[in-house]
Design a protein around this ligand. Structure first.
Ligand code: UT7
Length: 336
């Protein structure tokens, strides 16, 4: 049922393949409670998280990304030779220079265009927006990978953040399809208060030196309550915008796959939208907050649970450091 007249259509593009890579090591809340002043009860009730995956020593973002991309290509029945561009959404690159995407491309055996998108936890939706445009306008198959090793930039002794994050990667292959629709998208950013969620040092503003290492300001810090409030309002705002632009109502949404930072944030967004909780997909309990990887990981999780059906309307929404936010609508198509 149409709620309003559509003002923007989606791109004629579908998800042809999905793939994931979660590190082998699983760290439970009880594991963390052995080394931090925290408890399974606090973490579960404040965040919904029960466990997270943690990369092995020496395992970097590109390792996870390449594995997820390979799985997505297999799932799509394509080879890397079919892909014209590889986009890696990450805020935890292997190196400051070069980007992570060229490393992933080389690992896959590709010399296609390869570049990173850093919009923190919103990065995957930003990457999808770029990829959908590319795929729909002549570039054919485009890989979008959300990949993170957040546990590397978090102070393991800081309980306010160490319990929240996990590592992982998820990838999709987008292909042109005249019968499909991906979008509209709504993206936004407000960089006026970056310290709400950031690593204060380690970039060009304040490079790492002995003082930085001593004070630990290269680690991620966050004003949790402020981030929480902004996450709820911006994700709901983005979701409303894309629904309005598509001319559909929340009753037309079959599944909401939001950025998996905190189950309370997902519940609050769903409640603001008037979306029944059974249409809100939750994977944060098993993955923790994997930033740009969280949406593709959750999407694959939803498919594994039989929650994605041909023709379903899937609402995506994310919020992250920057501040950045984004939302998009996907019509799910089963691979023919
Ligand atoms: O990915 C996008 C960005 N990230 C997010 O979207 C995260 C957004 N924020 C949140 O999810 C929540 O704000 C948190 C989960 C981070 C925190 O939940 P909260 O309900 O806002 O808790 P709080 O920060 O207000 O802390 C409450 C208490 C504090 O103690 P006092 O001052 O009340 O005595 C903290 O010191 O909980 C304490 N605390 C902890 N206790 C046990 C903080 N971390 C922990 C912990 N274990 N791990």
């Amino acid at each position: 049922m149409s709620a309003t007249t559509p003002t923007r259509a989606g791109a004629p593009v579908r998800v042809a393949g999905l793939g994931v890579r979660l590190p082998d090591r699983v760290v439970t809340n009880d594991d963390l409670a052995k080394v931090l002043d925290t408890s399974d009860e606090w973490i579960r009730t404040r965040t919904g998280i029960r466990q997270r995956h943690v990369a092995a020593p020496g395992e970097a973002t590109s390792d996870l990304a390449a594995a997820a991309a390979t799985a997505a290509l297999d799932d799509a029945g394509l080879t890397v030779a079919d892909v014209t561009a590889i986009i890696v959404a990450t805020t935890t690159p292997d190196h400051t220079i070069p980007g992570t995407a060229p490393l992933v491309a080389a690992r896959l055996g590709s010399e296609a265009a390869a570049f990173d998108v850093n919009a923190a936890c919103s990065g995957f939706i930003y990457g999808l927006r770029v990829a959908a445009g590319m795929s729909a306008t002549g570039d054919g198959a485009v890989l979008v990978i959300g990949a993170e090793t957040l546990t590397r930039v978090v102070d393991p002794t800081d309980r306010s953040v160490a319990v929240l994050f996990g590592d992982g990667a998820g990838a999709v292959v987008l292909v042109p399809d005249d019968t499909a629709s991906f979008g509209p998208f709504s993206l936004g950013a407000d960089g006026s208060e970056p310290s709400m969620l950031w690593t204060a040092s380690g970039g060009t503003r304040r490079p790492v030196d002995a003082v930085v290492l001593e004070e630990g300001s290269h680690f991620l810090t966050m004003r949790g309550g402020d981030v929480y409030r902004n996450a709820v309002s911006r994700m709901a705002q983005g979701a409303r915008t894309v629904l309005e632009e598509a001319g559909i109502g929340v009753e037309d949404v079959d599944l909401f796959v939001g950025h998996q930072a905190n189950v309370r944030i997902l519940d609050a967004v769903a409640s603001r939208l008037g979306l029944p909780s059974e249409r809100n997909h939750v994977a944060v309990d098993r993955h923790g907050n994997t930033s740009a990887a969280s949406i593709p990981l959750a999407l694959a999780d939803a498919r594994d649970q039989g929650r994605l059906h041909d023709g379903d309307t899937v609402l995506l929404a994310a919020f992250g450091a920057g501040l950045t936010w984004g939302a998009g609508l996907l019509t799910w198509k089963d691979t023919p």
